[in-house]
Design a protein around this ligand. Structure first.
Ligand code: C2E
Ligand code: CA
Ligand code: CA
Ligand code: CA
Length: 279
């Protein structure tokens, strides 16, 4: 290991090297995470804002590494994206989620959808549509009950390829949701350009609703615009009754957040959410 020279430049250098070392280490472990069964999925229910009926669930991946302990998706998804591992991991997520979703439909859930996050590199992979089709075929999960959550990052590259893929996905019957709505520069332009069905208002706007009038106005405007365009609206990060009531009164159709339920494992989801819905 390089000795720290004591000046700030030397310190900077050595901490940069450590960052690289941590990354390399993480990448090494991430490569074997799938084979070692270290990845698993949590499901966070999405409810109607007025009657609190179950509408769907967002699928969120988790990694408990043998060597590194628990690593959050905000840390390893970007790495999976950079290394291309996201293609394999993303396919596993889709297959696992659709298998679980099929079980819940078979247990009697009606009008229930799964929302799966798709990384840019995963979506741009040439086999994505083919792989998605085979997952739907193999699991029997209906395309109409699948929502793909996409971030603006994907759309920045203004290639015609993206537009084609999104059209093909629509033709398959899946729904498209613009995730983290309001955080990017060009959300509005992209809504016009691409065939989205849903916007998901980012939780940064929901967080300060009680104290920030401009966040309130932004949410009201986003909901009105969505209605004008015939889009559904989901608000994420709802942590208080007050936030829920504001969103409901503003006409936001569906809500998701710790106030209603944290993301939970499929067994808990069956016990707490599915059984209650079927009772
Ligand atoms: P996201 O898509 O914006 O997901 C919402 C995040 O908000 C999740 O964090 C969720 O646990 C968290 N959350 C939900 N309700 C609340 C709340 O009331 N309060 C607060 N403070 N947070 C709430 P998580 O699971 O850590 O995921 C972080 C990000 O990692 C996701 O952001 C998404 O970008 C990415 N991610 C997670 N799972 C997947 C996946 O399966 N595939 C891909 N490509 N990305 C994923
Ligand atoms: Ca999401
Ligand atoms: Ca978000
Ligand atoms: Ca996000």
């Amino acid at each position: 290991k390089v000795e720290n020279s004591g000046n700030s430049y030397g310190f900077y250098q050595s901490s940069m090297n450590e960052d690289v070392a941590v990354r390399v280490e993480m990448e090494r472990h991430l490569r074997s995470a799938l084979q070692n069964n270290e990845l698993y999925l949590h499901y966070q229910p999405i409810f109607g804002s007025d009657d609190r009926r179950l509408l769907g669930a967002e699928v969120l991946v988790r990694w408990r590494s043998e060597e590194l302990g628990f690593v959050g998706p905000d840390n390893f998804i970007p790495l999976a994206e950079q290394t291309g591992l996201i293609v394999e991991i993303g396919h596993w997520i889709l297959k696992t989620a659709c298998t679980q979703g099929r079980k819940w439909l078979d247990e009697g859930l009606k009008d229930f959808y799964l929302a799966v996050n798709i990384s840019p590199r995963q979506l741009r992979h040439q086999d994505f549509i083919y792989l998605l089709k085979s997952v739907l075929d193999e699991t029997g999960f209906p395309a109409q009950a699948l929502v793909l959550e996409l971030t603006e990052g994907l759309l920045v590259k203004k290639d015609s390829g993206t537009a084609q893929v999104l059209d093909d996905l629509k033709a398959l019957g899946v729904m498209l949701s613009m995730d983290d709505f309001g955080t990017g520069y060009s959300s509005l332009a992209y809504l016009k350009m691409f065939p989205f069905d849903v916007i998901k208002i980012d939780r940064s706007f929901v967080r300060d609703l009680a104290v920030d009038a401009s966040d309130q106005q932004l949410i009201v405007a986003a909901i009105e615009m969505a209605k004008a365009l015939g889009l559904k609206v989901v608000a994420e990060g709802v942590e208080t009754a007050q936030q829920l009531h504001f969103l409901r009164d503003a006409g936001c159709y569906s809500v998701q957040g710790y106030y209603l339920s944290k993301p939970i494992d499929p067994m808990l989801f069956s016990e707490r959410i599915v059984e209650k819905e079927l009772a």
